[in-house]
Write a protein that binds this ligand. Sequence first.
Ligand code: ZN
Length: 336
Amino acid sequence: MAADPPARRYSCRGGVVTARKRTLMPAPTSRETCQACGSHGLPIRLTAGDESWRPRGCPRCGLRWLASPPTGEALLELYRSGFYEQRAPRASAIVMTLHRLNSRLRLMTLREQRPGRMLDIGCGKGHFLAAAREAGWDVRGVDLSAEAVDYARRTYGLDVRVGDVADLDLDERFDAVTLWHVLEHVADPGALIERSRSLLGPGGRLVISVPNAASLQARLAGVHWLHLDIPRHVFHFDLRSIHALLVGRGFEIERHDTFYPEMELAGLVQSVLNAAGGERDLIYRFLKQDPTVALNGRVATALVAAGLLIPGAAAWSLVAPLLDTGASLQVVARPV
Ligand SMILES: [Zn+2]
């Protein structure tokens, strides 16, 4: 790789990082290569024991990833089972209220944009798109899950399509392309960023949200962190590595925040229970109707413990983003 030009200070709300403007990143040559900055990854510990996915860390930008993630049928099975299955969660009225609140929070990320055309990549059941449409956006969505897209069409009447955005023939250009908790799941985040860039019209913005691997709860919980979600989460980002990924593909970060109360609270409570020796992600899996978790004594005990932790966790969910160390990182970027 050619030598970098001199570093420049790069600032965005809530933090300052040092950035180097460089030519666009070539595609990584192997799974050992950092997708964000092109450096060679080093072996790291990312799980409590199973290292078969070969976790790697970038010594330069801090990106962490699995060099041998599940593929093919094994990958499909991971999304068919457990809490990614498309089944109604418990207490669905409460969950729908949370979806509405979350959607409003997500829209706040775009508060400086005048409503125009929006594409949500990985739109799921369309809860966010429905809220965006109410706020005046002309919305489209794509998702790999046919069941989720069917739900979005039937429930909200949304214009959403099944498929990989890399393959879909989209002749429109958008004022906002959004990737809510998608980037950590895909095999090639760099390619997805480039595809997103090609879909933006003049003045358009890319919005990315990912679990924040540099958050205080991630650093304290380590391998017990709920939002690690290995091996479904292949990539583990923080502001520095997201920045490297975006700069290398012709974007600059306009602003960022780490405010996402639902993830903060769930992550803190479940990670504490995990670290205390409880069964991995038990409460979360129970609430998401994981078919392998039924209501029994150990679930009831965990629910009581979670109830005791919630007040403190709720308070922390408001404090963490003020300290720029919340569990979820939101970034607004523009092409340069
Ligand atoms: Zn890197």
